[in-house]
Design a protein around this ligand. Structure first.
Ligand code: 5GP
Length: 122
């Protein structure tokens, strides 16, 4: 099934400046901002600026420049938060229905500032 990006999703609106965000870092191809409903003392979302729905979509369709920029942005945010090296963090990328992805624009969650407990609870 082809990827069908919905440009009305909330993160597309954030990228267009239609909705405010608490920016942590902006690079050529990526934006990092604080989650509106944080589940840890530090809860930052990192998104690519391009129209990618999920990690797999990005990994298969994005340019090398976008992938390098995005990966470096994640590293930079961890450095800015002081969690790596440090007390560590959890990195989560939900995808699709079974991954329980709420917003269909790729984002990784960086969760830090407390022990995040078991990896998965159902
Ligand atoms: P998902 O379940 O798709 O992996 O996570 C989506 C995340 O986006 C949730 O943690 C939710 O709190 C966050 N979120 C939803 N709407 C907004 C918004 O308008 N602004 C920000 N900063 N975060 C949002």
């Amino acid at each position: 099934m082809p990827y069908a990006y919905d440009d009305q999703n909330i993160f597309a609106k954030i990228l267009r400046g239609e909705i405010p965000n608490n920016t942590v870092l902006e690079t050529d191809h990526s934006l990092a901002f604080r989650d509106i409903a944080p589940q840890a003392p530090d809860h930052v979302l990192v998104i690519p600026k391009g129209p990618y729905m999920s990690y797999d979509h990005f990994a298969t369709a994005a340019s090398d420049a976008e992938i390098v920029d995005y990966t470096r942005a994640v590293g930079k945010v961890c450095e800015m938060l002081g969690v790596a090296p440090g007390n560590g963090f959890r990195l989560i990328a939900n995808a699709g229905e079974h991954g329980v992805q709420e917003v269909p624009h790729l984002h990784v969650h960086i969760l830090a500032g407390k022990n995040m407990g078991p990896m998965v609870s159902v």
